[in-house]
Design a protein. Structure first.
Length: 448
């Protein structure tokens, strides 16, 4: 990988790092790479979240797409997973989402999808990046061969209908509070829940271009927790800015994270013989309690490195149908090709209605072990050296021996910063804090 694309598309501060000029070049290069085998006018879907910079970047991106002779079909503000679905549903050649997901408003991003609705493989991202970095001259059409632009905002209704049809029954009788993060789910999420018959109230659903993820949504759950209790709702659902993930809040105001959601839904799928090979795919950052829950319920847990793309890669290779991350990015491969916050929400709500249990009762199937994360500051050149240092490895072994299987130590270098991340889980918060301090300090002392 080069340094233009990160782990989830191209991201940066809008108009400083991610400029209109770069968006234009990405539109050109992306249209060329993704549609060069197409023997007709290519059609590319374009969508965005609610950031103030979205329209600016969309205009530049669409100009680049049209300059390559492709047709840009703009569908306005929709969730990222709607893009993945609609590419397939409409038979299009590619798609682009303009969003920085859960990040603050000053950031934005550009994420490409292929004609099957999957995020791009590294090789394709590298090809797009090389065209931009090498300033490659592309053959530009003229006259009638120049691309066109079309606005089709109503196609999101297809996504709404599809989501509703993933459930075997409605959600009548459930009282749900939605936190839309002033983002891409602000209109769509209430439509889906109302169509399914749930009794809903909605907060943070008035985007103004500046308030996306601002003290709301899945990265700031405090307000939702308070209001679920105050309004006497059965459950709260929080999305992030582009609605590819969701977290929940139970009737007591306690957060239910992605590991717990996968525990609840995964067990229900297993009981209905719908969980392929009785397996869930997660990352190494999943809570220890998730692994123990899987062991106790005869569910296989496959662990990948951090990142939803690695979860999806494992699922595709082994034909599994449920996987995700603690952050609430959950992939139901039977229904969509990427994490889908709305899909996750209604699948969770369906289990609540089906069982007649409270969310707190359902979540109790998994004991959430305390976690602590410490960053040891180490140069990029030395951040892998901890693996070969005898003193560091001995200290890690001492910690693991003390936990006796009721805790774990996970050390991993940061992929983007000069840091070694020390994550420790265990039954007692003060104990894991002490071990995290001790190990991170030793890493800094030995490697600096």
């Amino acid at each position: 990988m080069g340094n233009l694309f990160g782990t989830d598309g191209v991201r940066g501060i809008a108009n400083a790092e991610l400029t209109g000029n770069l968006a234009f070049k990405l539109g050109q290069a992306g249209a060329y790479v993704l549609t060069k085998e197409t023997h007709r006018q290519p059609k590319i879907l374009v969508a965005r979240d609610t950031r103030i910079s979205g329209l600016m970047l969309e205009s530049a991106l669409v100009s680049g797409i049209c300059s390559m002779g492709a047709k840009a079909i703009c569908i306005g503000v929709v969730p990222t997973p709607a893009v993945a679905f609609l590419i397939r549903e409409l038979g299009l050649d590619a798609g682009v989402m303009i969003s920085a997901s859960h990040n603050p408003v000053e950031f934005n991003g550009i994420k490409f999808f292929n004609n099957a609705g999957y995020k791009l493989r590294d090789e394709l991202e590298d090809e797009i990046e090389a065209l931009i970095k090498d300033n490659t001259s592309l053959d530009l059409p003229i006259g009638a061969a120049i691309g066109t632009w079309e606005l089709k905002e109503n196609v999101v209704d297809l996504y709404v209908d599809y989501l509703c049809n993933t459930l075997p029954s409605d959600l009548e009788g459930l009282r749900v509070l939605l936190d839309c993060a002033n983002g891409a789910s602000s209109k769509v999420a209430p439509l889906v829940l109302r169509k399914l018959g749930a009794e809903i109230e909605v907060i943070h659903n008035k985007p103004n271009g500046l308030n996306i993820n601002q003290k709301c949504g899945s990265t700031h759950m405090g307000d939702l927790s308070r209001q679920v209790v105050g309004r006497k709702m059965q459950v709260g659902i929080a999305f992030d800015g582009d609605a590819d993930r969701c977290l929940a809040v139970d009737e007591n105001g306690h957060i239910v994270d992605g590991d717990q959601i996968m525990s609840i839904v995964g067990l229900d799928m297993k009981n209905d013989d719908k969980l392929v090979n009785d397996t869930i795919v997660a990352t190494v950052m999943s809570n220890l309690g998730f692994k123990i829950m899987c062991d106790e319920n005869n569910i296989n847990l496959e662990c990948t490195q951090v990142g939803d793309r690695y979860v999806l890669e494992n699922m595709l290779q082994n034909h599994y149908n449920l996987g995700g991350e603690q952050s609430g990015h959950v992939i139901f491969l039977d229904y969509n090709t990427t994490g889908d916050g709305l899909l996750t929400a209604i699948q969770l709500l369906y289990v609540i209605k089906k069982t007649g249990k409270t969310l707190s009762d359902l979540a109790s199937v998994m004991k959430l072990y305390p976690q602590v994360l410490k960053n040891a500051k180490v140069t990029n050149q030395k951040k892998y050296f901890y693996k070969k240092d005898a003193d560091i490895q001995e200290l890690i072994k001492q910690a693991e021996n003390e936990f006796c299987g009721k805790g774990r130590v996970l050390i991993r270098p940061s992929g983007t910063e000069p840091l070694v991340r020390v994550m420790i889980e265990g039954e007692d918060q003060s104990t894991i804090n002490a071990w995290a301090d001790k190990i991170s300090q030793l890493i800094e002392d030995k490697l600096n």
